[in-house]
Write a protein that binds this ligand. Structure first.
Ligand SMILES: C[S@@+](CC[C@H](N)C(=O)[O-])C[C@H]1O[C@@H](n2cnc3c(N)ncnc32)[C@H](O)[C@@H]1O
Length: 619
């Protein structure tokens, strides 16, 4: 797990809802976290300005404004109940995390409204003057910025007073359901039919009456509930929204009485001019709330020099509100805002299928659920469960003690490794995705004539990968659950005919394999149980003593894994191998696989089983 300290000073006041009483008593500032039960929204100010004078460039949780519904992490509402004061049951406190609304920020920015057909050309022309915030496109769309071509034709005939009357007439005919040209009124059914044919989905929505005709009637209350829920989930899912707040110096745009058709046709018909389809080019944050003459020459030049009549009509400077929601902020920024100052931010985790596997340190444990929720939220839908390792890998089966912190509680998942699929249950079997490259390297040494014996096979990542390449595989594991998954995985990867599966102790398995004729054919032995595999090597001593020691007899290559904390790990591991084999002269090729902990190496030793060991008379 990659860890890095964070530096935002405002976090000194933040505490998680379930912080220990000692921790709570050390702070004089109420927690930013409010339970759904205890949170009291501020009825007071509609917005809390939080921007500082020397705030860095780019989006930040320390900048922007909050809506009245939102509680800022820095400024919890004065009337909200502090968790320290409240009588919350410890179990309930565990469930209290944080409100996603706390991460909603609104920023005032300026934008150029430009004709949609010119927006990409203008975007590259204004490259150095655009917003350029991460994960935000410089070209934004707002509701009603698209116009049906046919409607546009009616509306952009000319811009004179007489033509305006024509435009109005044409529009009225359309809205009242009269056919073009003949002036005959259509029946409601024909009228609806006509509109459906003529308007695409976007245009269709603009005609509210038609939308009402099309929508089946529902009970109002139920509809409201659904709409509310829909709105909530939409808000939760959306990362950002751009709204135009001011056009030409007036909020919502200057529209003279009698000329506002937006009630009928939506925002696209506003004011005296018909704009046609438009897009917003979001300008650099420094240009927010600036007048046209305060803008740099490049932007002014664009505003002055529209490329066509339509462009001249459309180009304008508008004030916008850019709202960023919880979903916008990356995992590390959310955690930085939530965890106490100075705490290292857990910024990476291991994944096994749909499971994110954290390895939290002691200082993170009071915040484990909070961290897990953020990890889950920020990595959906790939990650559906977040677990934390609560103990070192122990026991014969090398399984991990895991605690589910967030998401669904299933630890059964499917992993894809080097193009192969493996079903794994992390609660009952061993799996380590970090060994994928090593397994691939090992299997790449095998040839199609090889017969492989995997003594500690687990759910089969080596055995199954080998089976795709070699002549035959014998795979064994002591753990009956692992053997069960191994068999399933053989079928899943269509190698069940090439693998024979065994469920016994490794030493017995080696003995059973080599005491029969099968042993003659085995060319490769894999022993991946780094904690003790070297000590199992004694099983090879004297294994061939009852067989003829002729030249035709080929002895297998052995690949054994081990850990070493020694200063010279290769020498240390070689020593262990020699002791187990009771043989001093063993030519071993040792390579370091990976550093599993500070100063602790995982190694792989490969060597041909010495004849002196295989045919030894003394055990
Ligand atoms: C480190 S895991 C390796 C599994 C597999 N090779 C892999 O890469 O995922 C070691 C495996 O050896 C099994 N094991 C432990 N002791 C054993 C024994 N005495 N005999 C056979 N298998 C054993 C465990 O159940 C575990 O699945």
């Amino acid at each position: 797990m990659l860890l890095r300290p964070h530096s935002l000073s405002y976090r000194r006041f933040l505490l998680p809802p379930y912080a220990s009483p000692e921790l709570l008593s050390q702070t004089a500032t109420p927690s930013l976290f409010c339970s759904s039960a205890t949170a009291v929204s501020t009825a007071a100010a509609t917005a809390i300005q939080t921007s500082g004078s020397n705030i860095s460039y780019g989006p930040s949780l320390r900048k922007g404004t909050l809506s009245s519904q939102t509680t800022h992490p820095l400024n919890p509402p004065s009337n909200s109940t502090s968790l320290r004061d409240s009588q919350i049951h410890p179990e309930e406190r565990e469930e209290i995390l944080f409100k996603e609304d706390q991460f909603t920020r609104a920023y005032k920015i300026a934008a150029l409204r430009v004709p949609s057909e010119h927006c990409y050309a203008l975007e590259s022309r204004l490259r150095g003057h655009l917003l350029n915030w991460p994960r935000i496109r410089n070209v934004a769309r707002v509701p009603g910025d698209e116009v049906d071509e046919e409607v546009q034709n009616i509306l952009t005939i000319k811009n004179s007073v007489n033509d305006e009357a024509e435009i109005l007439k044409a529009l009225c005919r359309r809205i009242d359901g009269k056919a073009e040209g003949d002036g005959e009124e259509l029946s409601p059914v024909l009228y609806r039919d006509k509109l459906v044919k003529e308007f695409n989905a976007r245009g269709f929505v603009s005609f509210r009456n038609l939308a009402r005709i099309s929508r089946p009637k529902r009970k109002k209350k139920k509809m409201d509930e659904i709409e509310q829920k829909g709105e909530m989930s939409r808000k939760r899912r959306q990362r950002m929204v751009v709204e135009v707040v001011e056009v030409g110096g007036c909020e919502g745009g200057c529209v003279e009485e009698g000329e506002d058709f937006c009630g009928l046709l939506g925002d696209k018909f506003r004011g005296r001019k018909w704009r046609g389809s438009t897009r917003l080019l979001l300008l650099d944050e420094r240009y927010a709330e600036k007048e046209v003459d305060e803008l740099p020459e490049a932007v002014k030049a664009v505003l002055r020099g529209g490329t066509s009549e339509a462009a001249m009509l459309t180009l304008e400077l508008v004030s916008c509100l850019l709202t960023l929601y919880y979903d916008y902020w990356p995992m590390n920024e959310v955690l930085e805002a939530l965890l106490p100052m100075g705490m290292i931010i857990p910024s990476a985790f291991e994944t096994v299928g749909h499971i994110a596997h954290l390895n939290l340190s002691n200082e993170h444990l009071p915040y484990k659920k909070l961290i897990a929720k953020v990890v889950l939220d920020k990595n959906k839908p790939k990650i559906r469960t977040v677990v934390n390792k609560i103990d070192a890998i122990t026991g014969d089966y090398r399984t991990m003690q895991l605690e589910v912190l967030a998401g669904n509680h299933s630890l059964v998942t499917m992993v894809v490794e080097n193009g192969l699929r493996f079903h794994v249950d992390l609660a009952t079997v061993y799996w380590n995705s970090r060994l994928a490259t090593e397994r691939q390297r090992l299997v790449s040494c095998f040839t199609q004539d090889d017969v492989v014996c995997d003594v500690f096979s687990g759910v089969g990542p080596i055995a199954i990968a080998a089976a795709k390449k070699v002549k035959h595989v014998y795979a064994n594991d002591l753990n009956p659950y692992a053997v069960d998954y191994l068999q399933r995985n053989c079928v899943l990867n269509k190698v069940e005919r090439k693998i024979e599966v065994f469920n016994m102790d490794g030493r017995r398995f080696i003995d059973a394999m080599f005491s029969t004729e099968k042993g003659r054919s085995i060319t490769q032995v894999v022993m991946n149980l780094p904690n003790d595999a070297a000590e199992y090597l004694d099983a090879f001593r004297g294994l061939f003593r009852n067989k003829p020691n002729d030249k035709a007899c080929t002895l297998p290559a052995i690949h054994v894994y081990g850990f070493s904390k020694a200063e010279d790990p290769e020498f240390d591991f070689h020593e262990r191998i020699r002791i187990a084999l009771l043989e001093a002269a063993v030519a071993v090729d040792i390579r370091r696989v990976r550093l599993v902990a500070p100063g602790k190496w995982m190694l792989c030793a490969s060597f041909a089983l010495p004849k002196s060991v295989a045919f030894a008379r003394s055990l």
